[in-house]
Design a protein around this ligand. Structure first.
Ligand SMILES: Cc1cc2nc3c(=O)[nH]c(=O)nc-3n(C[C@H](O)[C@H](O)[C@H](O)COP(=O)(O)OP(=O)(O)OC[C@H]3O[C@@H](n4cnc5c(N)ncnc54)[C@H](O)[C@@H]3O)c2cc1C
Length: 379
């Protein structure tokens, strides 16, 4: 189905980003997968090309492209090449905005230029070993000591956990109020800030997902974003945009999985005919084609609504729920239609299957999306 919400400048941007990926990412994917982490240098190269935080103001080195379609294009192109480790959307569309939105002028001037150049890689640390969906249940604390806070606790499953130079850490700031938390920018090298091992995962092999430990870390007051008790609200506010990036990537990932499957079933023969000729194959593929088209229209509309600041948390949750569930269904059917070869790592559908599963879990599970949507229905 033809999409109609991109204009010439978006198509040019897509061409440029695609060539960048083909030159600087695709040749390294296997090596990064083996290493469990992408090479830092690719972040710098992306920064040089203007692909990091393109929405940021020119005074910080951005290009002031305040149009979420550019973020959408990057999510789509990364999904199309099935690269889960080079998380530009996390850096640009999730972490960067916390600093731009809630940081003061001094903090923005201090951090944004390095972030935009790809010299300072970002991560956000909310999840803890005993608290994920229930963020208010987190135990990490930040105690006010006058000119600094003292941070204690640990975080788990943090994307960019090893590479990150600046980690936005959520921590409780008032024992009497479980929703009182602050967002603290913890910098590489701060005393008491330790990283755990690179966690072994089902998929997303090129992504460094790690545990982080904070042991009496002295965080200067200048590293607190916004209000020391407003962090919970800030997180909730930003999650809608994060969920939209998940949706953009999920539809593109489903499209890539469908294409890989179509190519395969046309070639593969069973009972003297291409697998594509079985009615079961054609019907499965037709169902997927239809559902992806429907999901794409919905997601594109969400992007345009978001550009006008009209995307509600409930609709963003709908987008994440629908598209990530669809992605997982498509990769599963894709593996099935590949037969045993679909289970082999050398086949793209196998990696797509492994990479997709997390999409229904992180940035809020499908169940939490249903909670948000149903709350909006005043049930
Ligand atoms: C690869 C990877 C990368 C990640 N990256 C980051 C990151 O960069 N930063 C970060 O902070 N976190 C990150 N996470 C954490 C992720 O966001 C959490 O895993 C997720 O929010 C779920 O939390 P949990 O794992 O504690 O599961 P739990 O909250 O323990 O959930 C377990 C099950 O209970 C269900 N459940 C929980 N509450 C309810 C409810 N109210 N109603 C119905 N069902 C419910 C859940 O849906 C789930 O099925 C990452 C995780 C992974 C695996």
């Amino acid at each position: 189905m033809l999409r109609n919400h991109f204009e010439t400048e978006h198509n040019l941007f897509r061409d440029a980003f695609r060539s960048f990926l083909n030159k600087e990412v695709v040749p390294h994917q296997e090596e990064w997968e083996e290493a469990g982490v992408v090479d830092r240098s690719v972040w710098r190269k992306a920064g040089e090309m203007g692909f990091l935080l393109p929405w940021a103001e020119e005074e910080y080195g951005g290009t002031a492209l305040k149009d979420f379609r550019y973020e959408q294009i990057m999510c789509e192109e990364l999904a199309a090449i099935n690269e889960p480790g080079f998380m530009i959307p996390l850096h640009s569309a999730l972490c960067g905005p916390y600093i731009a939105e809630y940081g003061n002028a001094e903090q923005k001037a201090r951090w944004l230029p390095g972030i935009i150049r790809g010299e300072s890689i970002l991560a956000v640390a909310m999840t803890e070993p005993s608290a994920g969906s229930d963020l208010a249940g987190m135990r990490t604390t930040a105690v006010d000591k006058g000119d600094h806070f003292v941070l204690n606790g640990s975080k788990v499953f943090i994307s960019n956990g090893l590479l990150a130079d600046l980690v936005i850490v959520a921590a409780k700031t008032d024992p009497a109020n479980k929703h009182a938390m602050g967002l603290f920018v913890v910098e590489r090298g701060m005393e008491g800030f330790e990283r755990g091992r690179n966690l072994k995962k089902l998929g997303m092999k090129s992504q460094d997902t790690a545990e982080l430990f904070f042991n009496n870390v002295k965080v200067p007051k200048e590293n607190l974003l916004g209000d020391a008790k407003g962090g919970f609200f800030y997180l909730m506010n930003m999650l809608a945009q994060e969920r939209l990036t998940n949706a953009c990537g999920a539809v593109a990932g489903a499209e890539a999985a469908l294409n890989a499957t179509v190519d395969y079933v046309k070639e593969r023969k069973a009972f003297d005919r291409p697998v594509a000729h079985f009615q079961n194959t054609r019907f499965k593929l037709a169902e997927m084609r239809t559902q992806i088209d429907v999901a794409q229209v919905f997601t594109d509309r969400c992007v345009m609504d978001h550009n006008q600041k009209k995307l509600t948390p409930e609709v963003a949750a709908e987008a994440k729920l629908f598209t990530t569930e669809l992605l997982c269904k498509v990769v599963d059917e894709g593996v099935q239609l590949h037969g045993g070869w679909g289970y082999m790592w050398e086949y793209p559908i196998c990696r797509m299957y492994a990479n997709a599963r997390i999409q229904r879990i992180f940035a809020g599970t499908s169940e939490i999306m249903k909670e948000i949507i149903s709350r909006g229905m005043k049930l």
